[in-house]
Design a protein around this ligand. Structure first.
Ligand code: AMP
Ligand code: MG
Length: 439
């Protein structure tokens, strides 16, 4: 018995004698193979249109950081709920002190002292004032606060040496948000400021979108986990940890299921464990090599291909399919290709599942710092080094763009998008960029 992704126990397919049958010839070829050699935008559209509706859950406010709001939140009352003093001083009627000057004070009767948190039962009438502290509700009758620095107290009276206009030194009820106004919109990502707003609106629990469950499987006979013994011809598994990190960063409830070897039995065992996941991500084995079994095994496991091979560089062999409601991505094994295709296709799927209004990756524009010459034909995503020190944001391609060079991802902050029909970009023009790790 082995653990499945969602915790249930199933019989290991590894040890099972029973063989799953391959798709029958009655399945139309187009459906069987999906679309091949598809353009970037079309591939992205196919992924996004495959995403099912999100599911809400409620979490304590303190645990809502980074989560996505499941519905619009409206203010049930004014924020702040009452008009208050924003300065220590005296609550007055502005018209009573119209004649106040530095050398000609107006004297008012002080009715009481009002600290923050207390409500005055008194009403400020003509010639009267209440000593008020920042945060205390403005008493009835008063319409402004005169700062303590502009006054001089003597006994139960105060001399005012400066005029104020109505509403001066006060925060008006509902000036942050009025009752019924939108506090935050469905799809908003909850950061520190959003947390504060939700708290101000009185929410102890927050309706958020359930994090999609995502499973990561690395494949390859040559792959060894960091910390394990490595023999000749083997390399470290960098995709497993990198893709897991990307999934977590994107907001998924991600689990790493380990390495599948380039054998049917090994792949099947891993695929069985991934059954409960909303998204399954595999790295390696999707190309056209003799041991690239992933696509065949996915099909055998009931995954319907949607597309395979996208006109992009890096990442051409990327596969996308569906198994019921599960989205299945077969990413290329080259470390840079794996990360770029995750960013281009998996991350938007996660964000759409989370109900984000604009699924990423987050983009922008920057000025190219040097000439770029390329072979046209595929949309290219060059690793780019940003320079934000000067008056304009500039970007230069990282010197080594080979897809096995993972260093290029760590040293770059963005991808420079070069459309498929472009062979030359001149220094000084502005280009589209995509942020590799958020903003
Ligand atoms: P593949 O897509 O399986 O043909 O792999 C392409 C290249 O990526 C090969 O050089 C693999 O050794 C390498 N590769 C595959 N999987 C990983 C991984 N998990 N970590 C690091 N490199 C990998
Ligand atoms: Mg491989």
């Amino acid at each position: 018995m082995i653990d499945t992704f969602d915790g249930a126990k199933i019989r290991s397919l590894n040890r099972s004698k029973k063989r799953r049958s391959v798709p029958t010839p009655s399945i139309p070829r187009a459906l069987d193979r999906g679309v091949e050699w598809v353009g970037y935008e079309e591939a992205r559209g196919l992924v996004l249109s495959s995403v099912k509706t999100r599911q809400p859950e409620s979490v304590p406010l303190a645990e809502a950081l980074g989560r996505t709001l499941a519905r619009d939140i409206k203010a049930h009352e004014n924020i702040p709920p009452f008009t208050k003093a924003t300065m220590d001083g005296y609550a007055v009627r502005a018209e009573d002190i119209r004649a106040a000057r530095k050398d000609a004070a107006v004297e008012l009767e002080v009715l009481e002292d009002l600290p923050a948190g207390r409500v005055s039962r008194k009403s400020v009438g003509r010639g009267q004032a209440v000593r008020i502290m920042t945060g205390a509700p403005l008493p009835k009758g008063a319409d402004a606060v005169v700062m303590v620095e502009d006054t001089e107290k003597s006994g139960s009276r105060v001399k005012v040496r400066r005029t104020v206009r109505p509403a001066d030194n006060t925060g008006q009820a509902g000036e942050d948000l009025k009752k019924g106004e939108l506090v935050l919109e469905q799809g908003a990502v909850i950061g520190p400021a959003e947390t504060g707003l939700l708290a101000a609106a009185g929410l102890a629990r927050v309706p958020v979108v359930r994090r999609p469950k995502l499973a990561v499987i690395a494949t390859g006979d040559e792959i060894v986990e960091p910390g394990e013994r490595k023999s000749a011809g083997q390399i470290r598994n960098s995709n497993g940890p990198a893709l897991l990190a990307m999934a977590l960063r994107a907001g998924a409830d991600a689990k790493y299921l380990g390495i599948a070897r380039d054998r049917s039995s090994s792949l099947r065992a891993k695929l069985a464990r991934a059954k409960g996941a909303d998204i399954l991500v595999l790295s390696g084995g999707v190309s056209v090599g003799d041991y690239d079994l992933v696509r065949d095994e996915l099909r055998t496991a009931g995954v319907k291909p949607v597309f395979w091979q996208v006109r992009i560089k890096p990442g051409k062999p990327v596969f996308f399919g569906r198994r019921g409601g599960q989205l299945v991505f077969g990413l290329p094994g080259n470390p840079t290709s794996a990360m770029v295709t995750f960013l281009l296709f998996v991350q938007p799927a996660i964000e759409r599942l989370l109900g984000r209004k604009k699924p990423g990756p987050k983009g922008g524009r920057a000025v190219l710092a040097e000439d770029v010459v390329l072979k046209p034909g595929r949309t290219q995503f060059l690793r780019g080094v940003l320079d934000a020190e000067g008056p304009v944001l500039t970007v230069a391609p990282y010197p080594d763009q080979k897809s096995g060079v993972l260093r290029s991802m760590a040293r770059s902050r963005v991808l420079i998008v070069v459309p498929a029909d472009v062979s030359r970009l001149e220094k000084g023009r502005d280009v589209e960029i995509l942020y590799i790790d958020g903003a």
